[in-house]
Design a protein around this ligand. Structure first.
Ligand SMILES: Nc1ncnc2c1ncn2[C@@H]1O[C@H](COP(=O)(O)OP(=O)(O)OP(=O)(O)O)[C@@H](O)[C@H]1O
Ligand SMILES: [Mg+2]
Length: 160
C-alpha cells in the first residue's frame, strides 16, 4: 500500500508523526529517506513525543543512535548519514538495536540497505516542487505497516 501526502509546513510533518505513533508496536522498523533537511527528524521527534518521550530529542547525526525507553519498549532513533560503506554496520553494533522489544526509526537507510531488515514502513520525504513544503510517500510492506498507513491516511486526509 502506498500513500502520498503533501506536507505544507513543519506542523504537517509533525502531525504525520503523531498520527503514526499509536499504530507502532514492538519489533517494528520504519525507515525515513529523503535529502538533507527534508523533515525526517521533525517527523521522528513528533512521533516520540506522542509516545511519551519528554526529555530532549536530539538528531542522532553524530551519535549514530539515540535511544528512548518508553515503559517496556525501546525506541532507537538511528541516523546513518555518516556511514560511507555498509560494512561499517558490523563495527557499529547497530544490529543489536533490532529486536522483538524495540522499535527502530532509521534516517538515511540507503547508506546500509543490504544490512537493514525489510522495514514495515518506508517513508520517503522530498522537497515540494512548488512552495516551501515537503512531500511524503509512505510505503507499507507488512500488515503492521498497513496499520500505520491507515492511521496516517485517516489523520492526514480528514482536514484536506
Ligand atoms: N513540511 C515541511 N515544510 C517546510 N519545512 C519543513 C517541513 N517539515 C520539516 N520542515 C523543516 O525542515 C527543516 C529540516 O528538518 P529536519 O531536521 O527534520 O530534516 P532531516 O530530514 O532530518 O535532515 P537531515 O538529513 O539533516 O537529518 C526544519 O527546519 C524543519 O522545521
Ligand atoms: Mg535528521
Amino acid at each position: 500500500m502506498v500513500l502520498d501526502l503533501a506536507l505544507g509546513d513543519p506542523e504537517a510533518t509533525a502531525r504525520c508523526g503523531r498520527a503514526l505513533a499509536p499504530a507502532i508496536d514492538a519489533g517494528m522498523v520504519i525507515t525515513l529517506a529523503g535529502p538533507l533537511g527534508s523533515g525526517k527528524t521533525t517527523l521522528v521527534r513528533a512521533l516520540l513525543r506522542a509516545r511519551g518521550v519528554t526529555g530532549a530529542i536530539k538528531s542522532p547525526t553524530y551519535a549514530l543512535v539515540e535511544h528512548y525507553p518508553v515503559s517496556s519498549l525501546y525506541f532507537y532513533h538511528i541516523d546513518l548519514y555518516r556511514f560511507t560503506r555498509s560494512s561499517e554496520w558490523e563495527t557499529s553494533g547497530l544490529g543489536e538495536c533490532f529486536r522483538d522489544d524495540s522499535v527502530c526509526l532509521v534516517e538515511w537507510p540507503e547508506r546500509a540497505l543490504d544490512r537493514l531488515p525489510t522495514p514495515d514502513v518506508e517513508l520517503v520525504l522530498s522537497y515540494a516542487e512548488e512552495g516551501a513544503g515537503r512531500r511524503l510517500r509512505l510505503v507499507a510492506n507488512t500488515s503492521r505497516g498497513e496499520r500505520c498507513e491507515r492511521a496516517a491516511r485517516a489523520a492526514m486526509t480528514q482536514r484536506a
